[in-house]
Design a protein around this ligand. Sequence first.
Ligand code: CP
Length: 319
Amino acid sequence: MEDRSAIKQHLSVDHLLGIKYINKDDINLIFSTADKFKEILNRPIKKVPSLRDITVANLFFENSTRTRISFELAEKRLGADVVNFSASSSSLKKGETLVDTVNNILAMKVDMIVMRHPNPGSCLFLSKHIDVSIINAGDGAHEHPTQALLDTYSIREALGDVKNKKVVIIGDILHSRVALSNIFCLQKLGAEVMVCGPTTLIPKYIASLGVKVESNLKKALEWCDVANMLRIQLERQEIAYFPSLREYAMLYGVNKELLNGLNKEITIMHPGPINRGVEITSDVADSKQSIILDQVENGVAVRMAILYLLAGKIKRGES
Ligand code: CP
C-alpha cells in the first residue's frame, strides 16, 4: 500500500465511533481499501509497513475473542507497535477515571485508541477529552461499527452487492450493538432490513428506523436473502424476556429442516460467539450456506482498512 500521507480519498470523520456518524462514501472507501488488504492477506508474506511509525493501544474493558485478536492482527500486519490493556489487571480497580487512565497511556506516545467498553456512549465521551483517533470496538448495547462493516463487506463478497438485498437480523435485538450498527450500515448501502425475534426482545423504537418487524421466523426466512443470527445476551438481561432457552430455540432457532423448507438458498451469518443448539444448530452453522468464518476472516482486512485510513489523518496532521 502507498505511503499514508499520499492517500487521496479521506474518511469524513476523525474517529470511528459508530456507523451513525459515517456516510456511504466512507463505507465504500473502507471496502475498496479492505479489498486491497484482503489481497495482501492472501500472500505468503501478509505484512505491509503502512503503520510502522504508529503505536496503537487496544483498551478492552469487556471480554472479547474475535474483535481483540482481529484488531491486534490488523495492527501488526500493518507494522504498528501494539499495546494491549485489559481492565481486570489495571489501576481502574484503584479508582482511576477512564479519562485519566487513557491520558496516562497517551503520555507514552500512543497515536490511536481501539476501545471496547460496557457503557453506551463511552467512546463518544472519550473522543471529547483526548486528541487522538478512537475506534469503537463495541460500547454496551449501542454500536459495534467494525462488526457491521465486516458483516456488510461479507454480504457484498457473497452476493456481489448489498443494494436491494433483503437482510433479516434475528434474535436479541434489544440488547444488541451489532443489530443497530448493521441496520445503519445496510440501509446506507441500500439494503432492506427486517428484524425478527420475540416481541419482548424487539425495542419499540425499531420501526422508526425504517426496518420491517416480524415475529414469525419462517415468514422472515421466506422474505430474506440473508439471515444474520444474534446471540441471546444473557449478561445484559436483568429480567427474564422469554420462558427458557429451550423454548427460544424452538421458536427462533434456525435449523436445517427450516432452511430445507424454503424454496431458495439463503446466506447464514452470525457475529459470534455462537451458542450451538440455541439460535443456530451445528448443521446450519457449519453448512456451505454459512459465511460465519468468512466474516471473521474479512474482519482483519476491514479493520486494517479503518486503521490505515484514520492513520492517514495523523500523517497529515488532521487528527
Ligand atoms: N463479534 C464479537 O464482537 O465477538 P467478540 O465479543 O469475541 O469480540
